[in-house]
Structure formats: C-alpha cells, structure tokens
Design a protein around this ligand. Structure first.
Ligand code: IFM
Length: 731
C-alpha cells in the first residue's frame, strides 16, 4: 500500500501548493511543506493554533511563529540552495504513515555539487517540538558555512504581527522572542542544534533572526549531519515561555533525533490503528482517502481540552484562521468515530466560546446564542460585513455571511448532540453543552417571525449553506436545523430532569422558564419547506424556483473576470437557480430517515446540475447522498474530487481578490464520511445500534474501518459477500 506522497523536480510555480500539500502538524502547530532555505517569500510558515493578532484595521489572523528550521549552505562563499543553484535533482516527499517530511536535492554550483537530504516532523509526543535531521555531502572538498537558526521575519497575509523582538542565547540554545502588537502575546521559538563535525561557531543576530554560522572544512564525499530541535511556546501556554522553550529544546536534542522519532512514530502508528480505512481493489481511492485522513490527524487539537480546527486547518492564515460550521458538519464525525476525545475537544471550544455567541446575538438584538460565522479564540466573529473584494472596483462588497448565516447556531447545537449520542456520555451536556443547546434554541425563538396570515413562524432574511443567494426567506436547511435544535433542546431538558438539582440550577441561571412555552410553540409552528407532493422537490428557499433556470456553464460564461464573485448583489449566480454548494441535498442527507427514496432522488437529480461546487464542502454531500439513493457510481467522482482536493491542489484559490487557498479539512472529513457513512452505509441509532447498508463502487472489493460507539470500539468489514461488525477487544 502506498503511503508516500511525492513530487519530483523543482516546481517553483507550485510553491504555495506544495506548502499546503506537504504540511506536517500536530494540532498545536502546522509547519508548511517548504524547504529549509526558504523564507517568507516562499510562504514558509509555522502556524500556531488558536492564537491571533490584528495589525491596524486589517483582518485578524493567526500568528506564524519565528521559523526555527531555517538552514542554508555555503561552500567557498557560494550559496548552495534551491533558489540559487542549478537543480540537478529534487524530490519532496511526505510519509503519511509517520507524518514525516523528506527532501532530497542535488544542487550544482560554479565549483561544486551538493547532495542535501532532510527529514522533519512535528512531534506527536511533544506538541511544542519540531525536529529535523539535515545532511549534506559535497562532491569536492570545500570551506563550508552552514547557517542555521531562527528566522523571525515571517510571512503574514495581514501582518506584521510582531511589535517587538528579543534574541537570546542560553547555553547551547538560541531563541527569538516576539511580542504581538494587539494583545501583547509572547511567542518564543527556541532552537538547539548538534552536528557530527566540530566547526567554528559564530552567533549572528540579523534580519529579525538569530543564527549560528558553523564553518568547517568539508571533505569531498563525506556526509555531514545536523540535528535540530525547535520548540515553540507562547504566553497563552505558560507564564514563562522563554525559559521552557530554551530548556526543552536542549533536553530534546540531548535525547537525540532517533529517540524522538521513535516516540513520534509509535503515536502515529496508534493514530492509524484507530483511523485507517482500508479499501481493497482501488489503490487510487485508497491513497486519496489516506491522505485526507492524514490531514485530519495532523491538525487534530490534542494539546488542550477546548480547541477547534480552522477552515484551512493549520496551513496558513487564509480565512483568518477562523472556525466555521465546517468543523461540526464535516470534520466532527471523523473524530467522534475514531477518536472521541478529539471530538469532545472540538465541541468544548464551542462551549468555551458561548459568551461570544451571546454577545453576537445581543449585538443584533436577539436573545440566546448566535455563533460567529468565522469564530476566533473567544468566539468573536472575524467575519466582516465586507468579506469579499470586488475585482472590478477593488472595493469591499457588502456581504451578509456574518449577520444572516444563522444556521451556524443549529450546526453547533447539532455537533454537541452528536457528541452525546455517539459517546453516550452526558458529561458534554453537564459541562456546558446543555447550556449551548438551550441558548441556541432560544436564539431561534428570538429570531423567528410570526407570519400572521399563514399562522406559522418563519425564518426570514437569512443565508443558507448556498452563499450565492443572500437574504432569502425560509431556507429549507436553516429552518429544518432550527426545528432540530428546538427538538434537542427539549430532549436535553428531559434528560436533565434526571439530575434535578442541576436542572433547577440551570433553568434558574438562564432564566429559561419563560422561554419554554415559546420553544414548544416554535417546534410545532416553525415552517419547514417540505417535498412538493407531485415533484418531490423541496424549494431551497421561498421563490427559488422562480429564478432563472439555467446551467452552470451559462452562468460561468457571463463572468467578465474569472475571479469575480458569483454571489452578492451583482453576482452572476444571484438571480439564477445556480447554487454554490449542497444545500437541500445536505438537509436530505442529514435527515435521511425522514424522506422517501423517491424524493431524495428527485432532489439530487434536480439540484446536482444546478450546483457549481464553488465550495470544497459540496462534493462530499452529493457523493453521500448518491450513496443513500443507492447509486455508488454517481457518488464515485464526487468522492474522488473530495478526497483528492489537497493532493491535486485543484480548488478555488480566490473569492474576489482574496486568496482562499490552503488545505481543506472539511473536504478531508467529507472524504471519510463518504467512505464510511456513504459507501459503507454506516448508521448508528440513538440506542447505539450499529448497522451497515453498503453500496460499494464496482471496483471496491472490500471496505474496512474501525469506529467507536458509546465507548466501545468496533471493527467493520464490508465486502460484496456480506458485512461484519465486530467488537474490538483490547488485550
Ligand atoms: O464554511 C464554508 C462555507 O460554507 C463556504 N465558503 C467557505 C467556508 C469555509 O470553508
């Protein structure tokens, strides 16, 4: 089975893409797949999870730590690196099995040739540690200088974020300590290095960095190796990040690269043991799915109890490093089934940020919790009212994602309830989850509008998952999810009654008694668009069917500029039935038991040709729904598109003038969901009963995976001959 992702030759035009594709990470940090000699121009970055900064009025974004892996070679005064030499050979690889980045280059200069080999990983055993082995050999003897250290001149989209720099040398370790401009966070990168040759060492402070220049006479053909231990801490982690970073980089280097690597590999073997999905009969699908899982495992927050995953993972500052509904609706299932603790962690983040959601609701004049569309560390909404820039005028365009995409609160409530259902553990509810669900339900009570002549409540002036149609009335997905939120709020209350003291205290604290009646009424009277009796179609929102009915190709042909935004006031799709991403089809997939096969098929067939898939969240939903309809061959191309999005780099790179590239963890989660819940047809009912109703693609001989349900791990094996669900007994 293939575990290596590889690219041969230097492909400078793909430098951004490969930075994403070859990312190594451990949830605390993500280190882009760039070369050791690269700097900010080549988009090198060590992205930190959950710590943000704002420069002036620019968008707040996550912080990139000073780059402790920086390493550059000179021989007889001449630089030997990818940017200056004739590149004879270059090979970049990622070993997904152990999350190790590998590089081999042969670089030719005026008088010499060098072979460089490196490997690096973001330790799974110690989340603050990045480590590397870098070796080289010259064809001719030369006076070599190896410059290695910490480059503090980092790449930022909306920076610079460091208002202050300090450089430290303590024993064998170097450190760059920076202070961020907005919240004065201290971020420290410390580095210690050890080499297999005694050289003259000089410490240089320059260009916002601190480096060691190691000079020695290199013998022709001899291999020299330097090992580096880089440790990152911030003042959000500990009171004194400097001391700890310095100490830990020294102790890591003392323990030795091989020991650190063994510990790291052991943990990755355990990750795969729980998370791998095996597809027999389709190498390409297997590889793409594994890669998707690799991406998810690399960014899973395990370093804290309450953290989430941004829409572009830890691959950069795109989308402001913010957390979207992507986490709950697209990534959470993977984690809940394969590593429930991470799943809980993701939802603890929403519990932690409840006050941010309350504030946002109040800002718009509502009660309850209205979660941020683009959530940062305290639940504040990073989404601006002008979130897209017009390509023609270069002016910010008024968009309504922040104020109208109200389904976000239902998505959050849904996620918390999923944790409860799949783990069977009430603690998520008792530890704040119940409060979130109740506050989200309260939000919909406060938001809904009573339509007198129809004697029903409606949700008006919203945006559904399809963002090309703004400010619509009664988006089917939103209304259905709001009703579901109310349903689970009532179920939560019933459950809590079994803990009377807790129940009373919570009702009192939230002053919820007065809302109960309203909630019960809303459950009964909130309008949810239903399938039309004749056609089976659900109208995406009021009036959708009256919009121009055309094709994606026709709408695309109306673009004047390829980067033009399709939605908003003047978007080419806005007045048509062309939608950005799965909307009604998503609703049908989530509530599959409630709709007939005939209606599901009618809607898939109607909406599929009208979907542009302008979001990477779309393809997996069409794939899963095709499986549910019983057509794996319809599903397959969508599955492959989802599973390979970060391998091919084929995704939208711009929304208006704004760069939106990076990795796509929602699509990665969607790939897993399609394999397991779609092709595998896995279902778990509220009582925890597991069933499979598989629809394997033609060439898949066998599909097997493991899942956790209510604390017990199971192995599921599905083949054309039959299926088996077995308890995993740990010896
Ligand atoms: O959350 C998504 C949204 O649904 C479509 N635009 C991109 C966002 C981040 O992935």
């Amino acid at each position: 089975m293939k575990w290596i992702v590889g690219e041969k030759n230097l492909q400078q035009e793909k430098i951004v893409d490969f930075g994403n594709k070859f990312l190594v990470g451990n949830g605390y940090l993500g280190y882009r797949g760039t070369m050791e000699e690269y700097g900010k121009k080549e988009f090198t970055a060590c992205i930190l999870s959950g710590i943000y900064d704002q420069q002036g009025t620019a968008w707040r974004e996550p912080i990139n730590a000073p780059n402790g892996m920086y390493t550059k070679l000179l021989a007889d005064g001449e630089p030997y690196d990818l940017l200056s030499c004739d590149v004879k050979d270059h090979n970049q690889q990622l070993d997904m099995r152990f999350a190790i980045h590998l590089r081999e280059s042969v670089l030719s200069g005026k008088n010499n040739e060098v072979k460089v080999k490196s490997e690096r990983f973001a330790s799974a055993a110690d989340y603050h540690l990045l480590t590397m082995n870098y070796s080289f050999s010259f064809t001719h003897s030369a006076e070599v200088q190896l410059i290695t250290g910490i480059d503090g001149d980092v790449w930022d989209i909306n920076g610079p974020h460091f208002a202050d720099y300090a450089y430290h040398k303590e024993g064998a370790a170097l450190a760059v300590e920076v202070i961020t401009g907005e919240l004065h966070h201290h971020v420290v990168t410390a580095e210690t290095a050890v080499m297999n040759v005694e050289g003259r060492q000089e410490i240089i402070e320059k260009d916002k960095g601190i480096f060691r220049k190691i000079s020695f006479s290199a013998k022709a053909g001899k291999t020299y190796t330097i090992s580096k231990a880089v440790v990152v801490y911030t003042s959000e982690d500990v009171a004194d990040p400097l001391t700890l970073a310095l100490e830990e980089s020294c102790s890591a280097i003392e323990r030795g690269y091989d020991t650190l690597k063994k510990e790291h590999e052991k943990i990755w073997a355990d990750y795969w043991e729980a998370a791998d999905v095996i597809i027999e009969g389709d190498e390409e699908a297997q590889f793409a799915l594994r890669y998707s899982i690799y991406q998810l495992l690399s960014i899973a927050p395990r370093h804290t109890q309450a953290a989430s995953i941004p829409a572009r993972g830890l691959s950069g500052q795109t989308y402001k490093g913010a957390v979207f509904w992507d986490t709950e609706m697209f990534m959470l299932p993977f984690f809940l089934y394969t590593d429930p603790e991470v799943g809980k962690n993701l939802m603890n983040y929403r519990i932690k940020t409840l006050n941010g959601a309350r504030k946002k609701a109040a800002e718009y004049g509502f009660r309850g919790a209205f979660y941020a569309w683009e959530s940062q560390e305290n639940g504040q909404d990073a989404c601006s009212d002008y979130n897209v820039t017009d390509v023609f005028t270069n002016r910010p365009m008024r968009t309504y994602f922040r104020d109208k995409q109200v389904h976000i609160s239902a998505d959050v409530a849904y996620g918390i309830w999923q944790v409860y259902l799949l783990t069977g553990d009430r603690s998520i509810l008792l530890d704040g989850g119940a409060e979130v669900i109740l506050e989200c339900a309260r939000f919909y009570c406060s938001f809904s509008y009573y339509k007198e002549e129809k004697e029903r409540f409606e949700l008006i002036d919203v945006i559904g998952p399809d963002e090309y149609h703004e400010r619509v009335y009664n988006n089917a997905y939103t209304n259905k999810m709001a009703v579901y939120t109310i349903k689970i709020a009532l179920e939560t209350l019933e459950l809590l009654k079994e803990e009377p003291n807790f129940y009373e205290a919570l009702i009192d604290k939230l002053n919820y008694q007065e809302d109960l009646e309203g909630i019960i009424r809303l459950k009964r009277m909130l309008y949810v668009p239903e399938p039309d009796r004749k056609t089976g179609l659900i109208e995406q929102f009021d009036g959708y069917f009256n919009l121009e009915d055309t094709t994606v190709e026709e709408v695309r042909s109306r673009l004047i500029n390829p980067k033009e935004y399709w939605g908003g006031a003047y978007g080419v799709a806005s007045d048509t039935q062309i939608i950005k991403q799965a909307d009604v089809v998503l609703l049908l997939n989530l509530f599959k038991e409630e709709y007939s096969q005939k209606d599901k098929e009618a809607n898939w067939t109607y909406y599929e040709p009208r979907t542009e898939h302008g979001s990477s969240l779309s393809a997996c939903i069409y794939a899963m729904q095709a499986c549910d309809i019983g057509d794996p061959e319809w599903a397959y191309p969508y599955f492959m598109k989802t599973a390979s999005v970060d391998l091919t780099g084929e995704s939208k790179q711009f929304a208006g003038t704004i760069y939106i590239g990076g990795t796509h963890p929602a699509a990665n989660g969607g790939a897993w969901m399609t394999a397991v819940l779609g092709f595998g047809g896995l279902k778990v009912n509220e009582a925890g009963i597991i069933t499979v109703d598989p629809v394997l693609p033609e060439k898949w001989q066998k599909l097997s995976f493991k899942i956790f349900v209510k604390g017990q791990q199971y192995k599921v094996e599905i083949s054309k001959q039959g299926s088996e669900i077995m308890k995993v007994v740990k010896s």
